[in-house]
Design a binder for this molecule. Structure first.
Ligand code: ATP
Ligand code: MG
Length: 414
C-alpha cells in the first residue's frame, strides 16, 4: 500500500531528524523482499517511547511495557517499537520485562530467524548482520545465533519456524530442525492462544495440509496445550484443507478437525479449549454435525436425506447448512461433489423456526382443548417439520387440520 509506505517513511524521517536511528524491520522487510503482500509496517527506533510520543501529534501507548508506541497518521496506525533486548526469559516464554537499548544490532540479535532480523533504513539500505537475505533467497529458515538457545528462551519460536516453513514453502535448516526435535517438549509451557494464532496463520496459508503434516512430523504439538500427535494424522485426508483456500475460516477449521478425527460433538469443546469464541466453536461444530448426519442420511436414499436435511436447517440454522453445502462442494472425496438438490431444498424451505408458523402454541391448546404439556412441544416440532418439508402449507386452517390429523394418529407421510 503506497500510502502506508509514504506515511511510514515520514515517521522514519521525523525520528531521524530528531537525532534517532529508525528503520523498518522484521515481517514487513522480509515480505517485501520475497514479494508477498505486506500487512503492517513495523518500525523500530532508538528513541524511547516517551521520546516518540513527543514527536508526533497522535500517539497511543499500545504496548508500552514492550516499548511499543502506536503513531497514528492519516487515521492509519503504525507500531513504533524502541530497540530492546529480552534477557530475562522465564519458563520458556517471552519475558515480561524488556531492556531498551540504543543500538539496532542488539535489537536484531534477539529476533527469532535470520529472515526476520533484517532492517531497512530510510535511505533504502539494508542492515542484515545474519545474512537473512541469503537465507530468504535459498528458502532456509535459520535461527539467529544458537538454535537451542533461541528455542530454550521462547518455545513458541519452534512453532513459528514450522509455520513459516509451511507458508513460504521453505526448509528448516538442519541445526534449527535438530534443536526443535530436542526441545519440542517445551511447547507445553506455551499458552493455547499463542499456539492458536500460529495455527490460524498456517491454516489460512497457501499450503495448510503440508503445514499440518510437518507439524505432525515434528511432534511439536504432541505435548502442547493444543494437541496434535503423529498418530492422530495417521490415515486422515488433509487435502480438504488445501481445497478450502479462500473459504471462510469456519470451513477450514472444520476440515482440520475432521482431518484430526475429532467428531462434531467434541469439536465445540476442543475449539473452546483452543481459545476460540463460543460462537465460532459452535458454528464449526454444527458444520461437522451436519456433515456426519447428512453423510449417513444420503446413503439411505433421497427421502431420508431430505428429512434429515430439513431437520438440520431447523436445528442448526440456515447459515450452518449453507456453510456445509459450500464445504462439501469444495472438497472432493468419496461423496458426490454436486449438491444441486440440497441447494434447491435450502432455497425452498419456507420456515426455519416455530416463530414463523402461522399458528402458536395457544392456538393448538385451544383447538384441541387439552392442557398444555410436553406433548405440545413435540406436536409443534412435528408441524414445523411438515411445513418445512413442503407437505403442508403454512396457513392457519391447513395447520389446524394437520394437528387434528396428527393427533388422530393418522399415518403421516415420512
Ligand atoms: P507475520 O506478521 O507475517 O505473522 P512476523 O515475523 O511479522 O510474521 P510478528 O509477530 O509480526 O511476526 O513479529 C514481528 C517481528 O518480531 C518478527 O519478524 C521477528 O523479528 C520478531 N519476533 C516476533 N515474535 C518473536 C519471537 N517469539 N521471538 C523472537 N522474535 C520475534
Ligand atoms: Mg508481522
Amino acid at each position: 500500500d503506497p500510502q502506508q509506505v509514504r506515511l511510514s517513511a515520514e515517521i522514519l524521517r521525523t525520528l531521524e531528524q530528531a537525532g534517532h536511528t529508525a528503520c523498518w524491520v522484521g515481517g514487513c522487510v522480509r515480505d517485501e523482499l520475497i514479494g508477498r503482500p505486506v500487512n503492517d509496517m513495523d518500525i523500530a527506533t532508538s528513541a524511547r517511547p516517551e521520546e516518540v510520543a513527543e514527536l508526533f501529534a497522535r500517539t497511543v501507548p499500545t504496548g508500552i511495557e514492550h516499548g511499543t508506541m502506536t503513531v497514528v497518521m492519516e487515521k492509519i496506525p503504525f507500531e513504533v517499537t524502541t530497540f530492546r533486548t529480552e534477557t530475562d526469559y522465564k519458563d520458556f516464554r517471552r519475558p515480561e520485562e524488556v531492556t531498551f537499548v540504543r543500538s539496532l544490532d542488539e535489537d536484531l540479535r534477539r529476533r527469532d530467524f535470520t529472515m526476520n532480523a533484517i532492517a531497512r533504513l530510510p535511505d533504502g539500505s539494508f542492515i542484515d548482520p545474519y545474512d537473512g537475505r541469503m537465507d530468504l533467497e535459498q528458502g532456509v529458515i535459520r535461527c539467529v545465533g544458537d538454535a537451542r538457545e533461541r528455542f530454550r528462551e521462547d518455545a513458541l519460536r519452534m512453532l513459528r519456524g514450522v509455520r513459516f516453513a509451511s507458508v513460504f514453502d521453505f526448509e528448516l535448516e538442519s541445526k534449527t530442525w535438530e534443536a526443535l526435535i530436542e526441545l519440542r517438549g517445551n511447547m507445553k509451557h506455551i499458552a493455547a492462544e499463542r499456539i492458536r494464532a500460529e495455527l490460524e496463520k498456517m491454516v489460512s496459508g497457501p499450503r495448510p495440509a503440508d503445514g499440518v503434516r510437518l507439524l505432525a512430523r515434528s511432534g511439536l504439538l504432541a505435548h502442547a496445550k493444543i494437541r496434535l500427535t503423529p498418530e492422530m494424522l495417521g490415515a486422515v485426508k488433509l487435502e480438504a484443507l488445501d481445497a478450502l483456500r479462500g473459504k471462510p475460516e469456519e470451513l477450514r477449521w472444520a476440515a482440520l478437525l475432521d482431518g484430526l478425527g475429532i467428531p462434531g460433538e467434541e469439536a465445540e469443546q476442543a475449539l473452546k479449549s483452543w481459545t476460540f469464541s463460543g460462537s465460532f466453536a459452535k458454528s464449526v461444530s454444527a458444520l461437522l454435525r451436519i456433515d456426519e448426519l447428512m453423510g449417513e442420511a444420503r446413503q439411505k436414499g433421497e427421502q431420508r436425506a431430505k428429512l434429515v436435511f430439513v431437520r438440520c436447517v431447523l436445528d442448526f440454522g440456515r447459515a450452518s447448512v449453507g456453510n456445509w453445502i459450500s464445504y462439501r462442494c469444495s472438497i472432493a472425496d468419496d461423496r458426490p461433489a454436486s449438491l444441486e438438490g440440497e441447494t434447491l431444498w435450502l432455497k425452498e424451505i419456507p420456515v426455519e423456526s416455530v416463530r414463523e408458523l402461522a399458528l402458536g402454541g395457544h392456538d393448538v391448546v385451544a383447538h384441541l382443548d387439552r392442557k398444555p404439556g410436553s406433548w405440545l412441544g413435540l406436536l409443534i416440532r412435528r408441524l414445523l417439520e411438515e411445513v418445512a418439508l413442503g407437505h403442508v402449507p403454512n396457513e392457519r386452517e391447513a395447520l389446524l387440520a394437520e394437528i387434528v390429523r396428527i393427533e388422530a394418529g393418522a399415518e403421516a407421510e415420512t
